[in-house]
Design a protein around this ligand. Structure first.
Ligand code: COA
Length: 151
């Protein structure tokens, strides 16, 4: 059984088990420790399958908007649709709040860009030398203000 929900402090071990499966890369340069700190500093949403976290997404509320700080599926469970389910469920939640969603993604991270395009994020621009290695980031926005909801 699969569910998507916001993780709480009591989900520390659930997230830790997931975070220990990932390694920081040029595309997602958050260490396991920083991921765990996200549970305290930001909002973390998890896709839970049969009691195991398979994918997680971290957002920072900024006024009434949100910034997606990271999203990741555990390496051995990628390309199975988990990030899509997680993102779709979180966007359903976010769309209740008349908000805009922002994010930056590494220019060479085509997997993540594919995910964002799938959910109709629009390119805002390029941030040159955004990463330590001199690579650029692409900024994206999804405007969820005035989203029509079932009455
Ligand atoms: C990006 C990421 C989260 C996608 O997770 P996932 O669970 O594999 O994603 P899904 O299976 O739901 O696929 C969603 C979409 O991503 C894109 N995608 C996923 N894997 C891809 C690949 N290998 N090549 C190209 N596009 C890919 C596709 O557009 C896909 O949609 P489609 O299957 O309908 O074509 C995953 O690749 C990941 O964890 N990457 C490392 C962390 C990272 O770079 N995060 C983003 C920056 S913080």
């Amino acid at each position: 059984m699969i569910s998507v929900r916001k993780l709480e402090a009591s989900d520390h071990q659930l997230l830790k088990t997931w975070a220990d499966t990932i390694t920081a890369t040029a595309f997602m340069n958050w260490t396991s420790e920083q991921v765990m700190q996200s549970l305290i500093d930001y909002e973390v949403w998890g896709l839970i399958q049969d009691g195991h976290c398979q994918a997680a997404l971290c957002v920072r509320p900024v006024d009434q908007d949100f910034e997606i700080l990271w999203v990741q599926t555990r390496p051995d469970f990628q390309k199975l649709g988990f990030a899509s389910q997680l993102m779709g469920a979180w966007l359903d939640f976010a769309s209740q709040h008349d908000c805009r969603v922002f994010l930056e993604v590494h220019e060479k991270n085509l997997e993540a860009q594919g995910l964002y395009h799938k959910f109709k994020f629009e390119k805002l621009g390029i941030r040159k030398n955004y990463y330590k290695d001199g690579s650029s980031a692409i900024s994206y926005q999804l405007d969820l203000t005035n989203v029509k909801r079932p009455s």
